[in-house]
Design a protein around this ligand. Structure first.
Ligand code: G6P
Length: 368
């Protein structure tokens, strides 16, 4: 059906701005707002409690959603996770014990490698659950259980709202798994659901920084290389930030686990290199601060994306700080996706690039 850009210059802008609404809609589909508990709208043919392992596979941005989910399933449900990009998963001949769970994530539901991975897992006797945005897609049809993202049609080639909706679904699943496995108490569940339900308004807050981000992007546009750093769930978000920037602005960007900085990328740092540090004030914030100090000592230009407390306690000179609202760190990757997307978007627009149809990329990769 017809989708238009509304008042926006590009589909990507429209889709970034729609996120509070579509993420809110998705969350409402997975939680019972009245009781503040997760209520999966799914008929699961297995018990989370009986699982020994979860395997996840996907491509591109959907893969990064899976990487965030790995932290959530392991931390909240104590369920070991194996995750790989689908182009590797489909050929690696990973031994899979029948009766375990395989999870696939895809916006389009048509990505050839993800579909082939699903078929491999099914042949190996896995239960198949897919998080998909297009309910009529091949991956949806071939999955025993479809966990829908209610993002609506995504037109911009670079995924935005599908990613944050995927994260909302995956966090709901991880909380449900934690309850079933007895690793989360009823109070834990209430607290996590409360954090999840607050996400749409936190995203609206984050969107208010658009003007600052637009100004910052004019400087970012001059860079030839950009480094994104994060720890914990901010690490996959750093990978996603680098992917978004390179996809639509063609500036070379890399995402790194902040602790790996000294094992390589630190050699690249000089005064010309912007280093975007994604650092909510979470349990490992102090560790990220020491990485920022290493960057600052070499003249790197730090763009800190963090909350007020992070900005106050960073004890390092930053080039700019984008202050995010305070929140439960569990939902930070969903909310911090907003500044990451806006930075890439405005940099590419400022450089005159075609953000909705970047060169050489396809919305859906249906061939190998
Ligand atoms: C392409 C798109 C990406 C997307 C990836 C996976 O590379 O440009 O935005 O993340 O495919 O697509 P899927 O539809 O499986 O999520």
């Amino acid at each position: 059906y017809m989708v238009d850009k509304g008042n926006h210059r590009h589909f990507m802008a429209k889709e970034i701005h729609e996120q509070p609404e579509v993420v809110g809609r998705t969350i409402a589909h997975y939680v019972d707002l009245a009781t503040g508990t997760v209520r999966l709208p799914l008929d699961l043919p297995f018990d989370f409690k009986a699982l020994k392992r979860l395997v996840i596979s996907a491509c591109g941005t959907a893969y990064y959603a899976g990487l965030v989910a790995q932290y959530w399933f392991e931390r909240l449900a104590r369920l070991p996770v194996e995750i790989d990009v689908a182009s590797e998963f489909r050929y690696r001949e990973m031994p899979l014990e029948p009766g375990e769970l395989a999870l696939f994530i895809s916006q389009s539901g048509e990505t050839a490698d993800t579909l082939a991975s699903l078929r491999y897992a099914r042949a190996e006797g896995q239960h198949i659950v897919s998080v998909v945005n297009v309910p009529t897609s091949t991956i949806a049809r071939e999955s025993a259980v479809v966990a829908p993202t209610l993002a609506g049609p995504e037109i911009g080639v670079a995924s935005t709202k599908a990613f944050t909706c995927q994260l909302a679904v995956l966090l709901s699943l991880a909380v449900a798994a934690g309850r079933a496995r007895g690793t989360l108490s009823a109070e834990d569940e209430q607290r996590l659901v409360k954090a999840l339900v607050s996400v749409p308004s936190l995203m609206s807050e984050a969107l208010k920084h658009e003007h600052d981000i637009e100004l910052l992007s004019r400087d970012l546009a001059k860079a030839t290389d950009v480094l994104y750093l994060g720890r914990g769930t901010s690490y996959p978000l750093a990978l996603e930030g680098a992917l978004k920037l390179k996809e639509i602005s063609y500036i070379h960007a890399e995402g790194y686990a902040a602790g790996e900085l000294k094992h390589g990328p630190i050699a690249l740092i000089d005064e010309t290199m912007p280093v975007i540090v994604l650092a909510p004030h979470d349990a490992i914030f102090e560790k990220t601060v020491s990485n920022m100090q290493e960057v600052a000592a070499r003249g790197g230009r730090i763009i800190l994306v963090g909350d007020e407390r992070a900005a106050r306690e960073a004890s390092v000179e930053t080039w700019t700080t984008l202050t995010m609202p305070a929140m439960d760190p569990i939902v930070a990757p969903i909310v911090y996706a907003v500044p990451v997307q806006l930075l890439a978007y405005h940099t590419a627009v400022f450089m005159g690039k075609d953000v909705d149809q970047p060169r050489n990329l396809a919305k859906s990769v249906t061939v190998e």
